[in-house]
Design a protein around this ligand. Structure first.
Ligand code: PRP
Ligand code: MN
Ligand code: MG
Length: 179
């Protein structure tokens, strides 16, 4: 049944597990002696975030933001709306923003600037997926899982009309479903 909508599996469950471990080790090294705040961007980042934080062998805090640039359509409007803000102040804190995917870069471009303006000590970005072909805003990506082609992506947090976030792999959706 799930095969019907899938064009191709782009990243398997095993590949994700291995890469998440590596990213966790890298972040653990880079943040020795620090206590970063891991900020997940709802809802796409929740699956990646929950796996990633268990690979971090340092004390961390967790907070969430919900923003929207897409609504229910698959086209970016360029608008970033804050739907749920952070619970805690970022002032003087080392922030790691965790995302499932960077597409145009509009979401993270906006959020990084916002957290810097609010007085964060540092703001780094960790994304599982990077789709550079669609970039509109230049973004420094500090930690990146995989570079993926310009396809409609589902799974491991990513949705199509709010579905398929629970798949443990990353796949391209067949064109007939979103065109
Ligand atoms: C998706 C994705 C990123 C953002 C990336 O979220 O999870 O947050 O778009 O796109 P951009 O680089 O072009 O800004 P979406 O708005 O679909 O919300 P969701 O996470 O709740 O699915
Ligand atoms: Mn998202
Ligand atoms: Mg979405």
């Amino acid at each position: 049944m799930e095969d019907q909508i899938i064009k191709e599996i782009l990243v398997t469950e095993d590949q994700i597990k291995k890469r998440v471990k590596e990213l966790g080790e890298q972040i653990t090294k880079d943040y020795q002696g620090k206590e970063p705040v891991v900020v997940g961007i709802l809802k796409g980042a929740v699956v990646f975030l929950s796996d990633l934080i268990r690979e971090l062998k340092i004390p961390i805090h967790i907070d969430f933001m919900a923003v929207s640039s897409y609504g229910k359509s698959s086209m970016s409007t360029g608008e970033v709306r804050i739907i749920k803000d952070l619970d805690f102040s970022v002032e003087g804190k080392d922030i790691i923003i965790v995302e499932d995917i960077i597409d145009t870069g509009l979401t993270l471009g906006y959020l990084k600037e916002l957290l810097n303006k609010r007085g964060a000590k540092s703001v780094k970005i960790c994304t599982l997926l990077d789709k550079p072909e669609r970039r509109k805003v230049d973004i420094d990506v500090d930690y990146k899982g995989f570079i993926i082609p310009d396809e409609f992506i589902i799974g491991y947090g990513l949705d199509f009309n709010e579905k398929y976030r629970n798949y443990s792999f990353v796949a391209a959706l067949k064109e007939e479903y979103y065109k």
